[in-house]
Design a protein around this ligand. Structure first.
Ligand code: SAM
Length: 206
């Protein structure tokens, strides 16, 4: 008997976006981190919310004074982001594709987005960020600390359908290595202690 291949990352987020959006719009636990990052930037920065999901942190950054453009692979997530933040700009796009049409930005915020890329894909993702980030600009990268594909977080069954969410953990050394020549590591924000989630700031030299 033929087994159906699992659905992928885009299908997983299209399927779960509406249910999770309500939860994340109500949860402002990332606000202190966003405030600390925004304090490193110039006034009214133009910020790319990369892998913005349903736009909850986009809205929070806009309320803190940022001009936001958001990108996400999931069309359903982008539809919700637009409904809830009609004044902001969102694009349905793959972070590995060329999105330089969004124009130059002062910062890129990527919260739990790189978790869907393998080590081999990181270099391409950084090249795409490099193409839009102004010299002197900053990246905020929220990653899950660890090494390689996380099987228990990747393979998910919803309503009897199998999904491969392609979930990867990374280390700071991996980020430094794959972004070498483009970005320099600056600092960790809001040290999360023993948490597996880490908030790293990188900068692009002038
Ligand atoms: C764990 S959610 C994080 C959402 C949001 N950044 C947050 O603050 O919670 C990961 C998001 O990354 C998006 N994503 C995964 N792979 C992507 C890719 N290749 N290009 C763009 N977005 C991607 C998913 O659609 C999903 O919305």
């Amino acid at each position: 008997m033929m087994t159906k291949p699992p659905k992928g990352v885009r299908e997983f987020y299209d399927k779960t976006a509406r249910e999770w959006a309500d939860r994340w719009y109500a949860d402002d636990s990332m606000l202190p981190l966003l405030r600390r990052f925004m304090a490193l930037l110039l006034e009214s920065p133009r910020v790319l919310d990369l892998c913005c999901g349903a736009g909850y942190e986009s809205g929070r950054m806009a309320a803190l004074g940022a001009q936001i453009v958001g990108i996400d692979l999931s069309g359903e997530s982008i539809a919700i982001a637009r409904e809830r933040n009609p004044a902001l700009t969102f694009h349905e796009e793959d972070m590995l594709n060329d999105y330089a049409y969004t124009g130059p930005v002062d910062a890129v915020v990527c919260i739990a987005g790189l978790v869907h890329l393998s080590w081999e894909q990181l270099r391409c993702a950084f090249e795409r960020m490099d193409a839009v980030l102004r010299p002197g600009g900053r990246l905020l990268l929220v990653i899950r600390e660890g090494v390689g594909r996380q099987a228990e977080r990747s393979d998910v069954v919803i309503d009897g359908e199998c999904y491969d969410r392609a979930f990867y953990a990374h280390t700071l050394d991996e980020l430094r290595e794959t972004s070498a020549g483009m970005f320099a590591y600056e600092q960790e924000l809001a040290d999360t202690g023993p948490s597996v989630w880490r908030n790293y700031v990188f900068c692009k030299p002038e």
